[in-house]
Design a protein around this ligand. Structure first.
Ligand code: ZN
Ligand code: ZN
Length: 355
């Protein structure tokens, strides 16, 4: 069992699990103490400015910018989103698959465009979020309310419990990667170029966009949009939705979050089995562009050792700790109606005797 697992409040890696269906031995708790908030005024001012600038950028997106600028902003949103979801989250924080260096370079560039701190720092915060979920050692502890888990956690000093328990976290795998060390070392140089300077200059230089539209649409609006989408995973997906896999935790299956967060809203599944590279059960790929992206790179061999969870274990877990909303297990489930089975389109069926 992993060190410190006795005070953990969520599984982080498969090795933390203690039951046959991969749960912790103890039922998770939800708690927050009344730690006095110490405001970080520099961040409060910066985020206030960002959101006012982004609202103006949203207006320009609709009524002023050239279509090329809007398409460019959308592409940057997808790229920076994947830098978080496929990179910082599924690859680096969770080690749910492995990537050869060309894919790691692509992901670290995408990650730098997103400006959510270096991938090493992001993965550190996120490992704390899973391991000490919904306690004071969770950076965006959702039991402190929607606003705190959304943006508030970035506007106040860290809880001392987070710092104390954070010291025991193993990050050696992240520091062993020279690509991640390079990004962290030069972050304050690379990040402004990737997140603000290039997104502003490219529309002006290549298709004659105005400086105002380049800056407010492709930089500020796009940046604030992907930030809020990421934060919704911590706030909305820890508050609203079904809990088919584990009803004892706050994270929930939230389809609208999945739609914008490139597949990261299947959050009850994800906190139940965080090492699954899909962050969802098979079959949920339609709202899971990140999985499609990883599958593509697996096909060409740049992504490999993709980890997932067997149907049998998921089923055991749904039966033991689910809230009953996983009404249909899959093909041939006892709740699967005869009409639906007859109406299904099947390619090369081999079990025809049941027909
Ligand atoms: Zn979460
Ligand atoms: Zn996660």
């Amino acid at each position: 069992m992993a060190p410190n697992s006795s005070d953990a409040n969520g599984v982080l890696f498969e090795t933390d699990a203690a039951t046959p269906d991969l749960a912790l031995p103890n039922t998770p708790i939800q708690q927050a103490d009344s730690y006095p908030r110490k405001y970080v005024w520099r961040n409060i001012i910066a985020f206030t400015y960002l959101h006012i600038a982004a609202l103006y950028g949203g207006y320009l997106f609709l009524f002023s910018a050239k279509w090329q600028t809007n398409v460019f902003a959308y592409i940057l949103y997808v790229m920076s989103g994947l830098g978080i979801t496929a990179g910082a989250h599924r690859l680096w924080a969770h080690k749910s698959y492995k990537a050869k260096w060309p894919l790691r370079v692509i992901l670290v560039i995408f990650n730098t465009l997103a400006f959510q701190d270096s991938a090493i720092d992001w993965a550190r915060d996120h490992r704390m979020h899973h391991k000490y979920s919904e306690t004071d050692a969770d950076p965006h502890n959702a039991t402190r309310g929607f606003f705190f888990s959304h943006i508030g956690w970035l506007l106040v000093r860290k809880h001392p419990e987070l710092k104390r328990k954070g010291k025991g976290l193993d990050l050696s795998d992240l520091y062993a990667d020279p690509i991640l060390r390079f990004q962290k070392k030069y972050y304050l140089l690379l990040m402004p170029i990737g997140c603000f300077i290039l997104p502003t200059i490219i529309p002006v230089y290549f298709w004659g966009e105005t400086w105002t539209n380049g800056y407010f649409v492709a930089a500020m609006f796009r940046y604030a949009f992907i930030l809020n989408v990421t934060w919704l995973v911590n706030s909305a997906a820890h508050k609203w939705g079904d809990k088919p896999y584990d009803k004892n935790i706050q994270p929930s299956e939230n389809m609208s979050v999945s739609l914008f967060a490139l597949g990261e809203g299947f959050h009850n599944y994800h906190h139940t089995f965080p090492w699954d590279y899909k962050t969802a059960e098979l079959g949920n790929n339609r709202l899971n562009f990140t999985t499609t992206f990883i599958n593509f790179f697996a096909k060409i061999g740049w992504a490999y050792d993709l980890k997932t969870v067997s149907d049998e274990i998921v089923k055991q877990r749904v039966n033991r700790t689910g809230d009953g909303s996983h009404h249909l297990w899959g093909w041939g489930d006892k709740d699967h109606s005869k009409e639906e089975i007859r109406a299904a389109i099947r390619i090369n069926p081999t079990d025809d005797k049941e027909e």
